[in-house]
Ligand binder design. Structure first.
Ligand code: ATP
Length: 212
């Protein structure tokens, strides 16, 4: 049977429970073998992260240190230039010996931008996508996305193992209206973001004086 590896890429500036809890629910609910968190160095579709790559990586490591099945992968931080998911998928594929199906985990806000990614059809030739609904997001109304969904959307989770790639599955997750933007704003205005993210991450941010 192929192994299923979920890939959650993000700037994680900082990582918070809005990343962690939905990822855990996907891992448990769909029986994935692994969740791989991949901090992005220089995302093509947004401004540069506020905190340097090593610190964001360290916060991700702190957040999942005791969570079985969660792996932190720093390959995008070691690569020069823009981070393209396609390159990441190819480099992961090249190093896996056993049969593996990749599933990209994506919040519904990130799905809206998917048609503008570098070679989205090729991404779907190499991986499945699992969409985690995010509060306030509606996926209707983007014509290029509707076309992709007509071709690829499935309601059948067994497709993730039965097919090597190309399925888009929506998976319901606990709705947590948490964003890194809001956490940064709280810290900048002197408010505590405690209980929106793991305590070890908050302690590290305070020690390093991040986002003040
Ligand atoms: P920022 O506020 O800086 O834009 P963010 O909180 O959206 O950051 P990212 O690192 O950009 O975090 O997100 C990485 C991935 O996690 C994206 O696919 C995003 O859609 C998803 N995600 C982030 N927050 C949530 C949430 N609260 N619920 C579900 N998915 C989320």
């Amino acid at each position: 049977m192929p192994r299923l590896i979920g890939i959650l890429g993000g700037t994680f500036d900082p990582i918070h429970y809005g990343h962690l809890r939905p990822a855990l629910e996907v891992w448990q609910g769909l029986g994935l073998d692994e969740i791989r968190l991949i901090p992005l160095r220089d995302p093509p579709h947004r401004g540069r992260p506020r905190v340097d790559a090593e610190q964001r990586l360290h916060m991700v490591r702190l957040a999942v240190a005791d969570q079985a099945g969660f792996v932190v992968d720093d390959r995008e931080l070691r690569r020069e230039g823009l981070s393209y998911t396609l390159d990441t998928l190819r480099s992961l594929r090249a190093e896996m010996r056993d049969e593996v199906h990749f599933c990209i985990l994506l919040g519904s806000d990130a799905l809206l931008g998917f048609p503008d990614w570098h070679e989205p059809d090729e991404v779907l030739r190499l991986a499945h996508m699992i969409v985690m609904h995010r509060p306030g997001e509606r996926v209707s109304g983007v014509p290029s996305l509707q076309t992709l969904l007509r071709q690829h959307q499935t309601r059948d989770p067994s497709r993730l193992r039965n097919k090597a790639a190309g399925a888009i599955l929506f998976h319901p997750v606990t709705q947590l209206e948490i964003s890194a933007t809001a956490i940064r704003a709280m810290l900048a205005s002197g408010e505590s973001p405690r209980f929106l993210l793991p305590d070890p991450v908050l302690t590290y941010m305070q020690q390093q004086g991040l986002y003040n």
